[in-house]
Design a protein around this ligand. Sequence first.
Ligand SMILES: NC(=O)c1ccc[n+]([C@@H]2O[C@H](COP(=O)([O-])OP(=O)(O)OC[C@H]3O[C@@H](n4cnc5c(N)ncnc54)[C@H](OP(=O)(O)O)[C@@H]3O)[C@@H](O)[C@H]2O)c1
Length: 277
Amino acid sequence: MPRILTRTPMFKLALLTGGSSGIGLAVARELVKSGSSVILVARRPEVLAEAKASLEKDSSNGARVRILVLDVSDPEAVDRDLIKCLDEAGTPDLLYNGAGITYPNHFESIPGDIFRRIMDINLGGTWNILSAVIPRMKAAGGGTVVNVSSMSGLLGTYGYTAYAASKFAQVGLSQSLRNEMKPDGIDVRVLCPSDTDTPQLIEEEKTKPDETRKITGNAKVMTPEFVARTLLKGLRGRQFIIIPGFMGKVGWLAYRFFPWLVHFVFDNDVRSVRSRN
Ligand SMILES: NC(=O)c1ccc[n+]([C@@H]2O[C@H](COP(=O)([O-])OP(=O)(O)OC[C@H]3O[C@@H](n4cnc5c(N)ncnc54)[C@H](OP(=O)(O)O)[C@@H]3O)[C@@H](O)[C@H]2O)c1
């Protein structure tokens, strides 16, 4: 009788906030291809439905795609709707906290309510989802958590005051949580991509200052598929901070060991833009 070889998926069930688009959708695609079932969480139902239909074409080994319309920044909705969804679907062994927004601009042009919205979604949303999922993961004996920060969570770049504040906080939250969850078998990681070709990057172009464009312009824009594959490869290894791409790693190492050099280069870029304008 012929033997049917099946690959065991890395995860049985993954919950992905921000899974309807960009990096989150690419991670979900890699997962369903390998046979993991996924739950995609986002606000816009039509984008979620489109993502579900496209993932179902790529799913293997009976991987199932569920969607949940939810604003992660609303703790009551998370308590009500996510808990109901997990009661039906089960406890995820991978939680990917990727829901996020940004608004690059000069500090004086970022209204306080936009700053608070960025913090509420990028940081508060992660907190709300963790609060619902961590007790279940503990009860299930463990799991993996990926919180999505950014290179802007390691290195504050011109124009990203509000976003960097939320993404640095994401790194701090993840680092503390990693140390606290390790004895419970929960493996916490943080993903720090630089510019990646997604709808968010296109949206950023509307308000991004010229100085920011100049500073970030030297780095190659990554594809969401590359970021997703780097993440899943990184999860097989041990590094806590996963930085996709050569330029990201170099930027981070340069800033850690030679911060004065990075400031010098950034300041020069800003000066050259200002002298042009
Ligand atoms: N693209 C980059 O260059 C880059 C670089 C570093 C880090 N990142 C981070 O990577 C993550 C994904 O970004 P992306 O570039 O892939 O952007 P994207 O394509 O715009 O995806 C963002 C996702 O988050 C969801 N979302 C936003 N606000 C939400 C909320 N309040 N509740 C639930 N879902 C929400 C969006 O769906 P709805 O709008 O329908 O809710 C969408 O699914 C973000 O955390 C971002 O900050 C991106």
